[in-house]
Design a protein around this ligand. Structure first.
Ligand SMILES: [Zn+2]
Length: 396
């Protein structure tokens, strides 16, 4: 019995030692998540100031995950025509800003990189606004100024649907014949230049390849892909080719690696199709209850099918493979994390929700990354881009 007991003590001691080390490094780093869709849950009246049983993010879980700043994205589902895009975006911004005001002991709106550092130092979480799809901007350049004033610091030119002046990855690849133009129009180029002037980061996640290369030619700022993964590992129209990754790095920008299983694992979509077919009747019963928004419906289906998903989901290891691919291709200065939490119905095993962010740090340490590298990957790189774009702002 004795040697066994000694072995147990040895394991426990070194296990804890290891655990406290990676938690220490994780807590000391500025950790920033570049993209979430949590505002959609807030619109459904979910109170994320307390721990919630659904979704991936709420304040207690952000704290537990050691997140210093989270970028909350304003997004209007294309089917929702109840009000103009602009009015809906305004409503979402009001909701987020009021939420931060109401819970200012825990979460504070950040407008620049200094804010993030200050808020984190005070032991609070920084909330930064972004926009997913420039549809609320419409064709009016002045709207960019308005959204900047309200605190929006990065804008994705498209979502899966194109805007009048920029085509999306979905439209460019799935329905090219329907496109009236491809890439950035003349007006699109004006928008990109105005975003550079205002200090709004251009986010190319969801943008089509033609739009992407037009942005590279037009913008003089570092650009980001807030939530995209690597096409060489998982070919998907939403993922980035090696040339795109290198071009983002050359601009001084970063790729926030997306956690969505279908962007990480090329076999996931097929496997998911099989389990969905096998469980069609169960899924249909949930579908008929959740007639409303697609995000809530998919989340409910994922909860119902948790056992089946557990067998096919990619893992933390797969996620870190994408992070490491970007590092090996472009350098450790050009990568970050963009979970897409609350916009994805299922997440990789080991990063099931935001509380498990420290597992990423643990895995990167295991793969030999230094504390300095971790500081960059976890949030330092995004801070650099943010402050660079701020510095290059041109008055008026
Ligand atoms: Zn997205």
């Amino acid at each position: 019995m004795k040697p066994k007991l000694l072995y147990f003590i040895f394991l426990t001691f070194f296990g804890f030692q290891n655990f406290s080390d990676f938690m220490k490094i994780h807590k000391e780093a500025i950790v920033i998540d570049l993209h979430n869709d949590t505002v959609q849950r807030m619109l459904n009246k979910e109170d994320i100031s307390v721990r919630t049983k659904t979704g991936h993010i709420d304040i207690p879980r952000l704290r537990e995950g050691g997140i210093d700043a989270a970028v909350f994205s304003v997004w209007i589902p294309p089917g929702n025509k109840s009000k103009p895009y602009f009015a809906q975006a305004k409503k979402q911004i009001d909701l987020l800003l009021n939420f931060a005001k109401k819970h200012s002991q825990q979460i504070v709106t950040a407008y620049n990189s200094e804010d993030i550092l200050r808020i984190s130092k005070a032991g609070k979480i920084a909330l930064m606004l972004s926009m997913e799809g420039a549809h609320p901007v419409g064709d009016d350049l002045k709207h960019l100024d308005y959204f900047y004033e309200r605190g929006v610091r990065s804008i994705m030119l498209t979502w899966n649907n194109s805007t009048n002046w920029a085509t999306s990855a979905s439209d460019e690849t799935q329905s090219p014949a329907k496109l009236k133009h491809k890439g950035l129009t003349g007006l699109g180029k004006k928008f990109v230049k105005r975003m550079d002037e205002l200090g709004i980061i251009i986010d190319v996640s969801h943008a089509g390849e033609t739009t992407f290369w037009d942005v590279i030619k037009t913008s003089t700022n570092p650009i980001i892909a807030s939530h995209s993964a690597v096409a060489s590992i998982c070919p998907n129209h939403r993922n980035l080719s090696d040339d795109q990754i290198k071009a983002i790095a050359a601009s001084g920008g970063i790729i926030g690696v997306n956690f969505a299983p279908w962007f990480l694992d090329s076999e996931f979509v097929e496997k998911e199709k099989v389990i969905k077919e096998q469980n069609k009747a169960r899924i249909d019963s949930v579908r008929s209850v959740w007639k409303g928004d697609a995000l809530s419906r998919e989340a409910a289906i994922a909860r119902l099918m948790q056992k089946e998903y557990d067998k096919i989901l990619p893992t933390l290891n797969d996620l870190v493979n994408h992070i490491e691919y970007v590092i090996k291709l472009a350098g450790v200065d050009y990568v970050g994390l963009g979970s897409d939490f609350d916009g994805i119905s299922v997440a990789p095993k080991g990063v099931d929700d935001v509380t498990l962010y420290p597992n990423i740090t643990k895995e990167l340490i295991k793969r030999g990354y230094s504390k300095k590298d971790l500081g960059k990957i976890l949030g330092g790189n995004f801070l650099r881009v943010l402050s660079e774009v701020e510095k290059r702002k041109t008055p008026n």
